[in-house]
Design a protein around this ligand. Structure first.
Ligand code: FAD
Length: 453
């Protein structure tokens, strides 16, 4: 479907060996006006690592060395193609601790998560990806190789923070070729505890109360009743309830035990049920596999929105109304990523082989983005299609974003057709208004079509 609008197949795939090779390739690409598309694990949903008009795809998986574990300075330095799970495994085996990583850690590369400006498991306590990294090495479109950030100390001070310019840049400014990641001493214990709720109102109230209590869980994941139902359908052991909250603590035993007690008090006041240890441990071991239920799709279209915690009820109600109106099968999973930010990943089960239906279903992703805006939040990420949101997100700041892009990448070779402007293979930009009204129309069409079974 997409190849009607985009030339998604690259003309060439290159597996670089080092930054120097990439530097030479960049100079060649600029001279010959060839797009360069960096690709890590290819697990991001918004088309970031997919060409829009051919070009050279840089498979960063070939840069996969663990360069050094520095126990003295609590860092690990790696090449960008290493997965976050590999980083976590090496770090753990060295009796150290990685603060946060994406739930796609087995497949997501270090460079990919930085370029999507992600949040993930552990972000509640340790922050987003920008707070996990000390420094990066980047190859710029003119072939220059620079270091941004500092290997052994924090980067914050006066002076432009070059490192953070590349966080969330979606491969449109340069290629990350080396990363130094911040680490912590290993915790005495990691303790997951799960709670189930029969009432959606209490489920959401509990999430809010946890964020307002003086406890600091490492991770908080939330799963709605529809998601649990889909898990049962694929034969997994999921309770028949309206919501599940998985909270994980880490640290010294005494502090974790205290925090767990405070949490249990909050939950019991709201009629939540504490699940047994075996169930909680199993939920924790499932943290990498949020999309298992995709199997019954067989396609899953996943959205991602940031919403203020105090607007979660409105967001859940709004999303469920859209699900009903569009007659789709959809569920909400998410994470709480700081005391006021819920990151929801509502997903729809569809079947890409049914072209009209699955195309029309895409309207869901736009609609939940609109809901997030309405409640003071925002959709996450831009990629090709959602670059139409850039103005809505940044207002007049958009001009500064264009200036930065033009000054670093004047010939637009770095991942063109993404972030600043979605452009088709015919050089025609995707018009924001046309895209929005097209999506609205698709939503109406989906509501008219027979209900998804
Ligand atoms: C089941 C599932 C769970 C997920 N959970 C999370 C989660 O918890 N948190 C989260 O943030 N995301 C999550 N994601 C989305 C995705 O996995 C992450 O964004 C991931 O970090 C992307 O990494 P990747 O290596 O797959 O990047 P890719 O998809 O390959 O690329 C992503 C972007 O980064 C650019 N890029 C990649 N490598 C480089 C480089 N070295 N230099 C410059 N640009 C580069 C690409 O051009 C592209 O624009 C999830 C996805 C799935 C399918």
């Amino acid at each position: 479907m997409m190849s009607l609008m985009f030339k998604n197949t690259p003309d060439l795939v290159v597996k670089p060996k080092n930054a120097l090779e990439i530097s030479k390739l960049m100079k060649y690409a600029v001279k010959n006006n060839i797009p360069i598309i960096p690709r890590g694990g290819g697990s991001w949903g918004l088309g970031g690592a997919v060409p829009t008009n051919g070009g050279i795809l840089l498979d960063m998986g070939s840069l996969n060395e663990i360069i050094k574990v520095d126990k003295e300075n609590l860092t690990i330095t790696v090449e960008p193609g290493v997965s976050w799970k590999e980083v976590d495994d090496i770090v753990t085996s060295n009796d150290l601790f990685l603060g946060a990583y994406p739930s796609s850690a087995p497949g997501a590369s270090v460079g990919g998560w930085i370029n999507t400006g992600g949040i993930g498991i552990g972000s509640y306590k340790y922050g987003g990806v920008e707070q996990q990294i000390r420094s990066i090495e980047v190859v710029l479109p003119d072939g220059k190789i620079i270091r941004a950030g500092f290997e052994k100390v924090m980067s914050n001070s006066s002076g432009y923070n070059l490192r953070d310019l590349f966080v969330g840049s979606e491969g449109t400014l340069g290629i990350i070729t080396k990363v130094t990641i911040k680490l912590h001493p290993a915790p005495e214990i990691i303790r997951p505890i799960s709670f189930s709720f029969n009432d959606v109102g209490n489920f959401i109230k509990a999430i809010s109360e946890i964020t307002r209590a003086r406890i600091m869980p490492w991770n908080i994941t939330i799963l709605d009743g529809n998601h649990l139902e889909y898990l049962r359908k694929i034969g997994m052991d999921a309770p028949e309830v309206e919501g599940l909250i998985n909270v994980t603590f880490e640290g010294t035993r005494a502090v974790v035990n205290y925090e767990a007690k405070v949490l249990e008090r909050i939950i019991s006041k709201l009629d939540g049920e504490k699940m047994d240890d075996e169930f909680s441990e199993h939920e924790w071991s499932e943290r990498y596999y949020e999309l298992r239920s995709k199997a019954i799709g067989p396609t899953a279209l996943v959205g991602e929105v940031f919403v203020p915690v105090k607007k979660l009820k409105e967001m859940f109600d709004g999303t469920n109304k859209v699900i009903k109106r569009m007659k789709i099968r959809a569920a909400i999973v998410g994470m709480i990523s700081d005391r006021n930010t819920a990151v929801l990943m509502p997903y729809v089960l569809t079947d890409e082989r049914k072209m009209v239906k699955s195309l029309a279903t895409m309207a869901f992703i736009k609609k939940i983005g609109d809901l997030a805006f309405k409640f003071g939040g925002r959709p996450a990420g831009l990629g090709t299609f959602f670059s139409v949101n850039l103005k809505k997100l940044h207002g007049k700041g958009v001009e500064t974003i264009f200036d930065i892009k033009t000054s670093i990448d004047p010939y637009d070779v770095m991942n063109p057709g993404k972030l600043t402007e979605g452009v088709t293979r015919f050089g025609v930009p995707i018009p924001a208004l046309g895209f929005r009204s097209g999506m609205e129309l698709m939503g109406v069409v989906k509501g008219i079509l027979p209900k998804d079974k």
